[in-house]
Design a protein. Structure first.
Length: 204
């Protein structure tokens, strides 16, 4: 697809097609849709994306996305701050929050250990998790990571890092199919998997 009637449209299509899951045909459809909209609507769209990129922060405590230095979840004193749910990325936080079955706080690793993809423990937010547990205020760590080899490897690594502390380490129940990502799991199944979590030493 290189016979564009406008260089401006071509540039927009090229940028849109860089987004995940967006091919050239979809990008062209989106570009033409934007072209038909009122100018102020397109400006609002563009400004929202620019503001998100410039102003959105990562919580200094849990690494979740936030408008402030501390996210709303970590800042909520009604939540149980002695329970930490460890997840792969921010999409998992949203998925678990949608279940309304967890009232603790989170820790976003920013990925999982995957030698094939060149992701090592030093690339993840692990040191800050260990430091948080070392504060002495944590009683349970819930490992809510994907049911994959990489997820299990990450859980095993974290367990070894945390086993010296006087805490309980649990994993979500395997009602989630092997290989599934949390964000694609229905809310009822995900909620039950958190409620029915099991001690890691028994599930490993």
């Amino acid at each position: 697809m290189d016979n564009f009637p406008s260089k401006l449209v071509e540039n927009a299509v090229n940028e849109l097609s860089r987004l995940p899951g967006i091919g050239k045909k979809t990008a062209l459809r989106l570009a033409l849709h934007l072209l038909k909209q009122e100018e102020n609507e397109v400006e609002n769209f563009g400004n929202a994306v620019i503001r998100m990129r410039k102003e959105c922060k990562f919580c200094v405590s849990c690494h979740n996305i936030s408008d402030n230095d501390i996210c709303e979840i970590c800042n909520n004193q009604k939540r149980n701050h002695s329970f930490i749910c460890v997840v792969e990325d921010v999409r998992d936080v949203m998925a678990i929050e949608n279940t309304s079955q967890f009232n603790g706080i989170y820790h976003v690793l920013g990925g999982i250990i995957s030698p094939m993809e060149g992701i090592s423990p030093s690339d993840l937010n692990i040191d800050s998790l260990v430091a948080k547990v070392g504060s002495g205020n944590i009683t349970e760590i819930i490992m809510a990571l994907p049911a994959t080899i990489e997820g299990d490897t990450t859980i095993f690594y974290l367990y070894k890092k945390l086993k010296a502390f006087d805490i309980t380490v649990t994993t979500i129940a395997r009602g989630i199919a092997v290989g599934d990502d949390l964000e694609y799991t229905d809310e009822i199944t995900l909620g039950r998997s958190i409620i029915n979590r099991t001690p890691y030493s028994m599930s490993s």
